[in-house]
Ligand binder design. Structure first.
Ligand SMILES: [Cu+2]
Length: 513
């Protein structure tokens, strides 16, 4: 590759999470190394040339994470995280969303271009315990690493913490024909890495309330695909790693031992127009990066370690492999760049505050309030500003439902080198305005928010109605009274005794959801 090698993290060092008051440093686990768990592929219960049928079941279970007692965890079709769904472009998906948990949840498809708010699966699409909701949609976007997670405001953070996160991989013919390492198989040379962190309390249990921090819950133990202290046996020269920051708050500053270079080929919404070479890569919450690691210069028998800052995350034990001479093309994919619809004002969005003071545009989220409207198909510029500069501030990862956007600029300057493809989540530095080009393919009500999940639950969130003037629609939006009544009934307590973590941010500010 002729392109230059990027050797820094780009984001503002002064705003790294390491400077947070409540920062929890990662620590190398003392538990013995174990094989990296690979989330299994979810088997459709029916499949035709044009249609795929899945059942996704949210369930409670127990998982052996550390020696000794199993940890109580939640997952999709498994006890922790989830089985991986495959969405082939052009096919129609039919999915049963079954809730076998003791409390209401929702099934949000992060990064998927589908109608809102019910198919999208945000807070307006609750599935009550013991019930099943059904969705259908056509897969109409390029190959990408997307994910499924719970999104029942204001309990999103707690449910994701308990384990409700799974991968959804969009595939297409173009990507399949590129010389990416997928000759072998998912789990062999095409490997997901869901990056999370947890704190283990007595008897190896997680305790969300004990660890609660309105600026984002963290734990000292890296948890990779739900594995503590994992190794992975490398049997091919090249590996494609699908990285997901699935943590509630943590940023990951990734690098390999000996600064082994790697090549990023895709971001949140799919392939980058050109591969970008790195030695260091920072991911903010919910961001994805697909990277190709070439072990061609590593002697079999050696181990290459992936670190975040100075803590080991995964040890890649390199075995004998067949030489792989494939070369990535200089150009991977054409990214459409439509003209902005004439005469549209630039939309302004402001993320402000920390802890309980977090807000979007000076307001906390209101489930029944529509904060903005955009016509379906219109292409608009959004200026997203992070005004938070307390104590050096923090990077807020801005996420939009229902669209993959383009990053136009950062404070008027070029985006980072790996921000030239489709994205649905972008880290915004303190004092920075990131300009996005945004359009929606479907109508609906969609949320946009900070993806530090406790910030989102705490109100740094708003919602937009995407409308078609020819076909006006009305939506049944969730309301706090219905939600509180349902959750109180599930728990067998009175509404007045109900406490949901995200609500404390509203209460401390004297506000209602
Ligand atoms: Cu935030």
């Amino acid at each position: 590759m002729t392109k230059s090698l990027n050797t820094d993290y780009f984001f503002d060092e002064a705003a790294y999470n390491t400077h947070d008051g409540g920062y929890v440093p990662l620590a190398e686990p003392k538990a013995p190394q174990q094989a990296l768990r690979i989330p299994p592929l979810l088997k459709p219960y029916k499949e035709t040339a044009t249609d795929t049928y899945y059942t996704v079941e949210a369930q409670a279970g127990e998982t052996q994470l550390l020696p000794g007692k199993k940890t109580k965890t939640w997952g999709y079709n498994t006890s922790l995280l989830g089985q991986t769904l495959v969405f082939a472009q052009g096919k129609t998906m039919h999915i049963n969303l079954k809730n076998s948990l003791p409390e209401l949840t929702t099934f949000h498809w992060h990064g998927l271009n589908v109608p809102g708010p019910y198919t999208d699966g945000g807070c307006h699409a609750p599935v009550y315990p013991g019930q099943t909701r059904h969705i259908d949609f056509k897969v109409d976007q390029p190959a990408a690493t997307l994910w499924l997670h719970a999104h029942p405001c204001p309990s999103t953070a707690e449910q994701v913490w308990k384990g409700l996160a799974a991968l959804a991989l969009v595939t297409d013919d173009h990507e399949a024909q590129l010389p990416l390492p997928h000759t072998y198989a998912y789990g062999v040379d095409d490997v997901p890495l869901i990056l999370q962190d947890r704190r283990f309390h007595e008897d190896n249990q997680w305790d969300y309330e004990a660890d609660y921090d309105p600026d984002g819950v963290q734990g000292p133990t890296p948890l990779i695909n739900g594995t503590v202290n994992p190794y992975f046996d490398v049997t091919t020269q090249r590996l494609r790693l699908r990285l997901l920051d699935g943590a509630n708050r943590r940023e990951w500053r990734l690098h390999f031992s000996h600064d082994l270079p790697f090549t990023q080929v895709a971001s949140d919404g799919g392939l980058l127009p050109e591969p970008v070479a790195f030695t260091h890569l920072m991911l903010t919450c919910a961001e994805r990066a697909e990277i190709i690691v070439d072990f061609g210069d590593v002697t079999p028998g050696e181990t290459v370690t992936l670190y975040s800052d100075d803590v080991p995350l995964v040890r890649f034990r390199v075995h004998e492999f067949t030489p792989d001479t494939a070369v990535l093309p200089e150009h991977l994919v054409e990214i459409p760049n439509p003209d902005v619809t004439p005469d549209m004002p630039i939309r302004k969005v402001v993320m402000s505050g920390m802890d309980e003071t977090v807000m979007m545009d000076g307001k906390k989220f209101g489930m029944q309030r529509i904060d903005a409207k955009q016509q379906v198909g219109n292409v608009e510029l959004w200026d997203v500003t992070n005004t938070n500069d307390m104590d050096g501030g923090m990077v807020h990862p801005f996420h939009m439902h229902g669209t993959q956007f383009l990053v136009v600029s950062r404070n008027g300057h070029a985006p980072y080198p790996n921000e030239h493809g489709f994205k649905d989540t972008v880290g915004v530095n303190p004092g920075e305005t990131v300009r996005l080009k945004v359009w929606f393919d479907h109508t609906g009500v969609y949320m946009y928010h900070c993806h530090i999940i406790e910030h989102e639950d705490g109100g740094m969130m708003a919602q937009i109605e995407v409308f078609d003037p020819q076909h006006p629609q009305t939506y049944k939006l969730m309301d706090m009274a219905t939600l509180m009544k349902a959750v109180a009934e599930e728990r067998g307590i009175a509404v007045k005794d109900l406490h949901l973590a995200g609500m404390s941010s509203y209460e401390k500010m004297g506000m209602e959801m």
